[in-house]
Design a protein around this ligand. Structure first.
Ligand SMILES: Nc1ncnc2c1ncn2[C@@H]1O[C@H](COP(=O)(O)OP(=O)(O)OP(=O)(O)O)[C@@H](O)[C@H]1O
Length: 818
């Protein structure tokens, strides 16, 4: 505890030079002049918290007059004492901002000696460091605008007798301080000061110091300041300290919780970072970005991207370097770069220009199809002469299972190109051709770019299956997107939405397949070289089965040809009884079925040879689907066999006419006929009726009967004019009550004046007639050339009769009558 200062007489002027002559005169000689405390003090208002004796702290003096007085005293070198008084709290909980009267101050404060003073600078408040000395009680507060001065009475403390109780309090306070230090490192500093400045065995000083260390509010601390009795003060300080401990604990708790929450993520991030660094150091793994970039660069060494693509690749690589590997943008850029660098820029396979080898390959893979092979070899020859096979687009049209796809594969093999096939029938939107824009999640390039990627060359053979189904199942305008791809002028600069840089598709050889021509958009047909695959006759199917389908299936079923014997007559019986359609897929399926059953038998006896006989067929394949007994085994009145050409190839159909005696004339037709077919049936009706103008009996028949014409199969929609003469013939047969000659089928468009016009699909229709074992076909005279161009094996067994008018038809069909 500081020595007890002597109190001087009050100094009425604001003369803070306490070492004036008068004072010196009145001073007792017991105390050094510098330790004498003045009775009249200048008041410095404190707004935040009070200062406690023996504490040191900064004070800011704003008042100009006060500043000047302090400076003056400082220049004289005399000690400066100031009274520090805390202002009162306001009702709203804050502090009085500019004290006006005595009520605005607390009545107990401390006197402080200025130990340091800042230099005089205009416009800057004066800054002091003051050492608090002693408590005082304000006796009188005098206001001398704008400063206050006060007459004070010092509250000297008597030296405390150390009692056990005070010691106990002191120890408790020290314990609290220790605990606080562990909870909040800020208190550590305070503890250092404590040991330096105060005597811990002085309970009063300890209490003041401990109070000043806390973060308690100004009024709470003021209470401590005003509590003169030491025991009581110690007790109050102890309460404040306990409160402080609780607050500190709570604070520590809160920050721990927040830290935990934050640090989990940070920890993971740092750990990952560290792991990456360690791996890099050990050479185990490279940085994500680095290894990706290395991969892309390695790929690029093998490629020759055009300048536009190269520029884009470089840009994207630069971008990738700047992106955080865990970001979504990184993945998008990486995927894009992956595509850009995996495409075979400038990589081409060398075409095989050996025409004999190409012919050999085509013959190896397919039986028959002479015309098709010839056309393909012609196209290859043109390519050889030109030095470039690309540019022409081949369209293979034919019924299902006639080998369109496998011919495409053979062409690829013959000229040594990669083969990629996809169906346009199953596609939903244009984006599948031209790709999605990269902004979409999960965006992908279109099928063509995917094909190029898979083939790893920029000049593969791409087969577009089912191009005739394009209009049926596509949304948007996919046909025009396809036009762009197939046009040799445009596909040089094909722009896929995803890729966003041009890719040259002009070296690709395109082959399209379709079951029918009618539904293919016109502009697409214009760009293509059409090759028809008309379907096979029975003999061809037997040969295909023997030479290709059976060996292929034996291999696929893991069987040896020694283990299974299926002779030519057996295959012929299969074709005849179970697979009469234009293609051979159904035949192939039947062979598979037989082989599966045979394989089952061979499991128990692997060394035996299974000989399949015709008699075994019902057991192996079930009941015959087609029988030789014709539905109309005998020629019947009003029934005539027509020849049709459908997407499944050529077919025979039996047109029926019947009369209902209603007493009135009438005509109706059934069988899901299209508009053209309805009109041609009406032509037939009118024409046949007109034939009997001179025959009253027949005229009467038409007048009194309602005529019904039906074209089976009733559930299949059909259209076209080629059944004109067939329908007319059925009506004529009904009118005259006589059947037409046996085993005859016909096709031809009929005009209202009885002329017969040419039709399409002669080859398919003749094949269908042969398959149906008919002996005679009636064809329009103008189709004679088509028939004569048919290969001999198709024409064999069927006689063609050519007609110009319906009268010619009648001459053939009703020889006795005409
Ligand atoms: N002339 C042939 N010689 C040898 N095998 C043939 C011949 N024609 C067809 N095939 C075989 O018939 C099967 C069916 O042929 P493919 O799948 O090529 O028919 P497609 O005409 O493409 O049918 P779709 O129109 O249904 O796609 C294949 O196994 C094929 O090898």
């Amino acid at each position: 505890m500081a020595e007890k200062p002597t109190i001087l007489k009050p100094d009425e002027d604001i003369d803070i030079d306490q070492d004036s002559e008068d004072q010196k005169a009145n001073n007792t000689s017991l105390v050094p002049a510098r330790d004498v405390l003045p009775e009249m003090l200048l008041i410095i208002p404190l707004f935040d918290r009070p200062m406690f004796p023996k504490m040191m702290g900064p004070i800011v003096v704003e008042d100009q007059r006060l500043q000047e007085s302090i400076h003056e005293a400082h220049e004289k070198g005399v000690p400066i004492y100031l009274g520090l008084l805390l202002v009162q709290p306001t009702e709203t909980g804050g502090m009085v901002q500019s004290p006006q009267s005595i009520e605005d101050f607390h009545s107990v404060g401390v006197v402080a000696k200025v130990v340091q003073i800042s230099a005089k600078t205009p416009d800057q408040p004066l800054q002091l460091v003051a050492q608090a000395q002693e408590r005082f009680l304000v006796k009188e507060l005098i206001r001398e605008k704008p400063v206050f001065k006060a007459r004070v009475q010092y509250l000297h403390e008597d030296r405390q007798e150390s009692s056990e109780e005070l010691k106990a309090y002191s120890v408790a306070i020290i314990d609290c301080i220790k605990e606080l230090v562990t909870l909040n490192p800020l208190f550590k500093e305070g503890l250092g000061l404590l040991l330096e400045r105060i005597n811990v065995s002085d309970p009063s000083a300890l209490a003041d110091f401990a109070a000043s260390m806390t973060t308690s509010s100004g009024p709470e601390l003021q209470t401590i300041l005003e509590t003169a009795p030491v025991r009581q003060r110690l007790e109050r300080v102890l309460i404040l300290l306990k409160k402080e401990i609780e607050i500190s604990k709570l604070k520590a708790d809160i920050s721990k919780r927040i830290e935990e929450r934050l640090s989990k993520q940070q920890r993971e991030f740092f750990l990952k970072q560290q792991l990456r660094e360690i791996k890099k150091e050990l050479g185990i793994a490279k940085d994500d970005t680095e290894s990706e970039l290395e991969k892309f660069e390695k790929r690029l060494k093998q490629l020759k991207p055009p300048p536009e693509a190269k520029e884009r690749i470089d840009e994207e690589m630069e971008k990738l370097k700047l992106l955080e590997p865990s970001s979504a943008e990184f993945n998008v850029t990486r995927a894009y770069l992956d595509w850009l660098t995996i495409l075979p820029w400038g990589v081409y396979t060398k075409d095989n220009y050996d025409i004999t080898k190409a012919e050999k390959v085509l013959n190896q893979d397919h039986y028959g199809l002479e015309e098709v092979k010839e056309r393909i070899l012609e196209l290859i020859s043109v390519g050889i002469v030109k030095g470039d096979l690309s540019g022409s687009i081949i369209l293979l049209v034919g019924p299902p299972g006639v080998g369109k796809t496998s011919v495409g594969q053979s062409i690829a093999r013959a000229i040594g190109r990669q083969f990629y096939r996809f169906s346009l029938g199953g596609m939903r939107d244009e984006a599948e051709i031209k790709g999605h824009r990269r902004t979409y999640i999960g965006a992908m390039p279109g099928k063509f770019i995917q094909a190029i990627k898979t083939c790893k060359t920029a000049n593969p053979l791409i087969m577009l299956d089912e191009i005739d189904k394009i209009g049926a199942s596509f949304r948007g305008d996919p046909a025009s997107a396809l036009l762009e791809v197939l046009d040799p002028e445009q596909n040089r600069d094909f722009l896929d939405h995803y890729l966003d840089v041009r890719f040259d598709l002009s070296k690709v050889l395109f082959i399209c397949t379709a079951n029918q021509m009618e539904t293919i958009p016109g502009p697409l047909i214009d760009r293509m070289e059409m090759i028809r695959l008309p379907g096979y006759i029975q003999a061809e199917k037997v040969e295909i089965a023997r030479r290709h389908l059976l060996p292929k299936q034996l291999k696929l079923h893991g069987l040896d040809k020694k283990q299974v014997a299926i002779s030519r007559p057996v295959i012929s019986a299969i074709v005849d009884g179970y697979a009469r359609e234009a293609g051979v897929r159904n035949l192939e399926n039947r062979i598979k079925k037989i082989l599966r059953k045979v394989a089952k038998d061979l499991v128990t006896e692997p060394d035996k040879t299974v000989k399949v006989k015709i008699a075994d067929l019902p057991a192996l394949l079930g009941r015959k689907v087609f029988s030789d007994e014709k539905i109309f085994s005998k020629p019947r009145v009003g029934v005539v066999t027509g020849l049709a050409y459908t997407s499944n190839g050529g077919a025979t159909l039996h047109i029926e006419a019947a009369s209902v005696a209603t007493g009135t004339a009438g005509f109706k037709q059934t069988g899901q006929l299209g508009q053209v077919m309805i009109e041609s049936s009406e032509i037939a009706y009118s024409y046949v009726r007109s034939l009997f103008v001179d025959n009253e009996e027949r005229m009467e028949f038409f007048r009194k009967n309602y005529i019904h014409l039906h074209v089976p199969a009733g559930a299949t929609p059909k259209d076209g004019p080629s059944a004109g003469i067939t329908m007319a013939c059925a009506l004529y047969s009904l009118a005259v009550g006589k059947p037409i000659v046996a085993d005859t089928a016909m096709t031809g468009e009929l005009t209202l004046s009885g002329m017969v016009m040419p039709i399409g699909g002669v080859k398919e229709k003749v094949i269908a007639a042969t398959r149906a074992k008919l002996k005679q076909v009636i064809l329009p005279e103008e189709n004679k050339e088509d028939f004569e161009l048919l290969p001999d094996h198709i024409r064999e067994g069927v006689t063609a009769r050519f007609v110009q008018s319906f009268q010619d038809v009648l001459n053939i069909c009703f020889p006795a009558e005409n």
